[in-house]
Design a binder for this molecule. Structure first.
Ligand code: ADP
Ligand code: MG
Length: 289
């Protein structure tokens, strides 16, 4: 059975799409069959994996709302540049789904039904949510087993994510999907050079304890280059410190208990794996200025 993880945060620019692409790539690299669902009308995930969204005949919209011409999720799913990694792309058409769904019965379960009708066997299905708490995100949370919340180590960003977890996720669990679990809170774009970021990281850990992934995704502009080439950072720059971080995240999610036992404490881990890359050093310099 697939494990379905929604990557959600109502704030834009927190690393949802980057995390979906690279976590998916990390699972695929370990031999899993992975489906990524682009569930944002802005189509950043599809674009970052090299898809010409304007030329796509069918997208996830068609699998969601058939408009009298039903198509399956399988028929809109495409292979990516990486073996084992598949994408159900989106386009701006998905924005139409919001008002269309409002008038439907059981409107929260359209994505769940589309996934259940898929005949392919995936180990993981990752849903890249849009930056809103509208009906599309509710569909993603109703379909998912778990929700992964990326959050920047920034006070207001953290408080926003906290609201999502305490209100929306709780509400979905009570009313639509009692199975929904918090996979974890992922700290992204972390800049250890600022006191504010370190303090907020401490606060996030104090609030969510074990539910905060040990893997912290550092800030690095290198990650912006991968989408230009239409591939995940993991294949674009396999030795990059962030590629390694996403592999560690995949390990934590696949086997939380043994990942914790096997791993050295985060500080030591960082020293071991985080040989500073040229791009990191430049980034650090830029931050100093
Ligand atoms: N670890 C990181 N360090 C620096 N920039 C990042 C990092 N992760 C993502 N970004 C960049 O930040 C922007 C927003 O990331 P994205 O994944 O699209 O967020 P979201 O999907 O939440 O809107 C993108 O330009 C992306 O390349
Ligand atoms: Mg996005």
């Amino acid at each position: 059975m697939s494990r379905i993880i929604a990557i959600a945060n109502q704030k834009g620019g927190v690393g949802k799409t980057t995390t979906t692409a690279n976590l998916g790539a990390a699972f695929a690299e370990r031999g899993s069959q992975v489906l990524l669902i682009d569930f944002d009308p802005q189509s950043s995930l599809s674009l970052s994996l090299g898809f010409e969204v304007l030329k796509l005949e069918r997208t996830v919209y068609d699998a969601l709302l058939d408009s009298g011409n039903p198509v399956s999720l399988d028929s809109v799913t495409r292979p990516t540049s990486m073996p084992g990694l598949f994408l159900a792309p989106s386009s701006i058409e998905l924005a139409r789904a919001e008002p269309e769904l409002i008038g439907e019965m059981s409107r929260e379960y359209f994505l769940k039904n589309a996934i259940q009708a898929s005949e392919r066997a995936y180990d993981f299905i990752l849903i890249d949510c849009s930056p809103s708490l509208g009906i599309l995100t509710t569909n993603a949370l109703a379909a998912a087993d778990q929700v992964l919340v990326p959050v920047q180590a920034d006070y207001l960003a953290f408080r926003g994510a906290d609201l999502l977890i305490r209100t929306t996720v709780e509400k979905v669990r009570r009313r639509l999907n009692p199975r929904l679990e918090l996979a974890g809170v992922l700290v992204t774009m972390f800049n250890s050079r600022t006191t504010h970021a370190r303090e907020v990281l401490d606060e996030i850990r104090a609030t969510y304890g074990e539910k905060v992934f040990r893997t912290v995704i550092k800030q690095s502009t290198r990650i912006k280059e991968a989408p230009v080439s239409g591939e995940p950072l993991l294949t674009y720059d396999p030795h990059n410190v962030l590629s390694q971080a996403y592999r560690e995240l995949a390990l934590e999610i696949e086997a939380p208990a043994c990942a914790r036992e096997d791993r050295v404490p985060p500080e030591a881990g960082r020293q071991k794996t985080a040989e500073p890359q040229e791009a990191d050093l430049q980034e650090a310099k830029a931050q100093e200025n």
